[in-house]
Design a protein around this ligand. Structure first.
Ligand code: ATP
Ligand code: MG
Length: 158
């Protein structure tokens, strides 16, 4: 189905703003003004973003900022989710998209999870002919990037 990614992201962020009350997280949106239409499976892409935004919240301190950006980069739409959390050590950054991988035992014990979220995210993004990668600085924060083919109008060539 053709979906406008800007309003799709606004909806997802609004839902998080309503439910995330146990932690004092501030969401920031930077959504490109031009329309961004992508042919996506909404349920799957929702699952992808839910996991990435949940990770940003889970691995962030109280009062942390989470920024969600949508921009056009050449012929791809690029979504990024940035947090100011604990970050991921360089040697683990390649592994976080593997099934059941979690960065360290202490972290795994403190916050629940199975280590499947990002493996599923990668599978779904690749199925959408997109790419997903991470940029993280240990103890500074993490950004997850996703690119997807897009068109500025519904039904356009992507
Ligand atoms: P699940 O998503 O299945 O509930 P999970 O969150 O542990 O469990 P993933 O979402 O696949 O699993 O993430 C894998 C690991 O990558 C996490 O356990 C965590 O160590 C690390 N990680 C993911 N996102 C972040 C982030 N934003 N900041 C710091 N570490 C992260
Ligand atoms: Mg997760």
């Amino acid at each position: 189905r053709w979906v406008e990614l800007g309003s799709f992201l606004h909806q997802i962020i609004e839902r998080f703003e309503m439910v995330v009350k146990d932690k004092d997280i501030v969401f920031h949106r930077h959504i490109v003004k031009q329309p961004t239409f992508a042919k996506i499976d909404e349920d799957k892409l929702t699952q992808v973003l839910d996991n990435i935004i949940s990770n940003a919240i889970k691995y962030s301190p109280e009062g942390g900022n989470v920024s969600i950006t949508l921009l056009h980069q050449g012929n791809k739409a690029r979504i990024s989710i940035s947090d100011e959390g604990m970050g991921i050590p360089t040697e683990s950054q390649d592994k976080i998209f593997e099934r059941f991988y979690r960065v360290d035992k202490a972290r795994a014990r403190n916050v629940g999870g199975t280590g499947l979220g990002l493996a599923i995210a990668r599978e779904y993004v690749v199925a959408h002919e997109g790419e997903i990668w991470v940029n993280s600085e240990y103890n500074e924060g993490t950004t997850i990037y996703i690119t997807l083919p897009y068109s500025t109008f519904k039904g356009g060539k992507v």
